[in-house]
Design a protein around this ligand. Sequence first.
Ligand code: FAD
Ligand code: ZN
Length: 474
Amino acid sequence: MSELLHSLRDIVGAAQVLTHDDPGADLAAWEQDWRKRSRGRALAVVRPGNTAEVAAVVKACVAAGAPIVPQGGNTGLVVGSVPDDSGTQVVLSLTRMNRVRAIDGANLTMTVDAGCVLQNLQDAAETAGFLFPLSLAAEGSCTIGGNLATNAGGTQVVRYGNARDLCLGLEVVTAQGEVWNGLSGLRKDNTGYDLRDLFVGSEGTLGIITAATMKLYPEPAARLTAWAAVPDLASAVTLLGLAHQHLGAGLTGFEVMGQFALSLVAKHFPQQRVPLWEHSPYCVLLENSDSESEAHAREQFERLLETAFEQDVVSDAVVAESLQQAHALWHIRESIPLAQAEEGLNIKHDVSIPVSRIPAFCEETDALLEREMPGVRLVNFGHLGDGNLHYNVQAPENGDPQAFLREQEARVNTLVFDAVARFEGSISAEHGIGSLKVDKLPHYKDPVALALMRSIKQALDPQNLLNPGRVLTR
Ligand code: FAD
Ligand code: ZN
């Protein structure tokens, strides 16, 4: 392996190859996953500065038979971007590749290096007078390469789609160290299999994304945010239908938050004033972005809420009066995962169910978990507009969260995932499979789909060197 390290240093420069043998080495930032569930041990962390160096690194690793773990911002939630504990895997960090290569205003596209931090891309688009709509709570540190590799969703999917929908082209280094240049900004290209869509969502198991061409949008003239209390989940679903009718394409976000989830924000972040949560089982956060004017957006919201009150699907509501108030409302939503972490260890699920079936899914699964594990607390929130719930399970109050996780996690997962399957949903809506759910996938994925996935992996990475053990086991 010292020969491999020697080659890697030749390719990227000694300063960009980090190993445990370096004096004072601390590789925790690359070896520990974001949720601190797993700490691996890398043979080395390699930080190439351009696509040619990535290709050369891959070729060197292939020659040495060393597995490669691609890594962006390391904010993934399914233990997919950190090495295993064998000490043989090379972490290939893309974060030095952070250039915006080009912005084409007439084509409404920007072409960027994979290691660009998402927030920097939002800023670059804004500076050029455009909107880049991908938005998630990790945007200050996640990278566009990681967003594409996980097909990230976030809070604007109702209107703009997920990372896949925003991507027009990719540059990818293959498992053999070849460079595929697919960075066309074409919206139409029917010349055979769609390789772009194969790599998007492949979690680093099929190729290394080194650059991407992403869609830009005009900045909306106004964005308005409302917060509504609803009597139950069925009413939230009815409100979603009304919002589609009244706001049309302006409906940008539709988030639901359960009462217990909001109570945790009120408890752990008392400086945030959480509206309307005390008397309603669910609250909804809606965003309307309008191409005309703020007055028009407000008028649309007023008509929507009027209808919703008439039909008794909303019991109370506030519309943000300023951008600052709108940010404060979104901040409450984004604080739920942090408040939950403050409350203690918990079991997370990121599931999707057809929107129409979500109320029945929650009613049945809430009751099932409460029956099987008396006292469990359900932190239920998510992107209802996309049929995506973060259906999380917290240990009973005054219980020992660590013991709860140790003794109950497997059983809770089975109960929740079996319910998801009964309701024809997916066990991963946006976070991916990684290694956290790799043993679950065969139980819940269509067997023919799974066999096709294995054939694709075998064809593209026959040596199984790209992120082995993630998404698929052999
Ligand atoms: P990493 O964590 O570094 O990697 C993720 C996966 O992609 C790994 O399998 C890795 O091997 C692979 N990968 C990374 N870069 C490349 C590349 N260039 N080429 C090939 N493979 C690569 N996700 C959502 O979808 N919606 C949300 O709303 C959301 N909110 C989040 C909020 C918080 C606070 C956090 C911590 C995470 C959240 N996530 C969310 C998880 C989400 O998957 C990541 O934040 C993000 O998409 C991953 O980007 P990253 O650069 O950190 O990738
Ligand atoms: Zn989410």
